[in-house]
Design a protein around this ligand. Sequence first.
Ligand SMILES: NC(=O)c1ccc[n+]([C@@H]2O[C@H](COP(=O)([O-])OP(=O)(O)OC[C@H]3O[C@@H](n4cnc5c(N)ncnc54)[C@H](O)[C@@H]3O)[C@@H](O)[C@H]2O)c1
Length: 377
Amino acid sequence: MTTETLVRATTRTLNYGIIGCGMMGQEHLRNIALLDNTAIGAIFEPDAEMRAHARKLAPNAQFVDSIDALLDVEDLDCLLIASPNFRHLEQLQAIAARRPLPILVEKPLFTDATQAAQISEFAATYPAPVWVAMEYRYMPPVAKLLEQADAATGGIKMLTIREHRFPFLHKVGDWNRFNSQTGGTFVEKCCHFFDLMRLALKSNPVRVMAMGGQAVNHFDEKVDGKTPDVFDHGYVIVDFENGSRAMLELCMFAEGARFQEEISAVGPTGKIEAFVPGPGRFWPASLGEAPVPEVIISPRSPKGPRLEPVPVDPTLLEAGDHNGSTFYQHQGFAALVRNEISAASVTVSDGYWAVLMGLAAQRSMEERRCVEMSEFL
Ligand SMILES: NC(=O)c1ccc[n+]([C@@H]2O[C@H](COP(=O)([O-])OP(=O)(O)OC[C@H]3O[C@@H](n4cnc5c(N)ncnc54)[C@H](O)[C@@H]3O)[C@@H](O)[C@H]2O)c1
């Protein structure tokens, strides 16, 4: 697939309002710009340096100094929330109270189990579409694994996701250094993987058993006199309602690896794997071209693994750190706002489950016990 074939010409220009425009917000701006008939109408970004970066990417946008001022801007068609995790719920609620436009909201939807009921209330009453940014689904090698998993495995029984990557990057105000602001590492970043588990296994989780902690990263840092407390590694095992099982292995001091994510799904007839490289900008030029994603299908009979490279369009690679997935997500979201599709691919319910699984993993690690999902429901 090339960008050209993916960008659908439409007549209506979609005007976006952006809330939070740091690293991820700017990736969104670059990807929205790749779609025809889109414009950035207004941006609320409190940090002057990030505003300056955003202005270069969206020179025609109006910059405002609050959510209220953003919601006063006429002619907005939709909103994107890319602020720090602990702001998402309050901002969804503020938008609901004033001007319920279609929203693309970054993960995680919330950061604390006590907020789950408020998200359910929001989902039940918000009158416009909401899409949760779980973009790992759209990385081409992951999408291919999801598409072919049933045929390759005969129905997945075991799903393993391994992420070996770089430590958390520095964020504005270091908001990502503390569990209280992120929900914990297994909520903050691993909600993507819990979302993939539910999607691939077509089932909801029943119980979670996990071990993990902080072994290597951030001990030498201080933020307002406090040492960061975010975990940097762990194992999480999940039982699903339909009898299938999944496991996540996370290590955040392993950026030397060739691939960042390695996913394997196995069923009665075979196995399928996806190998996903990390951001190309971190691959040293001295090592040549960055690795190309791969999918391997390994039937049990007749034996014979087949490796298929799954290259990503270079234009999309340039536009972000997520193997082109931000573009595909925006393509879907734009179609939703234009009523070309009837529902978000990633619903508030999906975002809610992914956070609950992350919270269950954190609780299991902290309390050293198996956690039933019913504790949260
Ligand atoms: N889907 C993904 O793969 C993915 C990847 C990275 C980050 N994210 C998510 O995107 C969000 C932003 O992360 P980031 O990496 O861009 O962090 P960041 O710190 O680079 O950017 C966050 C921005 O929000 C601004 N901000 C702070 N308070 C705000 C408020 N009250 N209202 C509006 N803006 C505010 C900050 O000034 C900053 O510029 C987080 O929720 C993160 O989890 C998602």
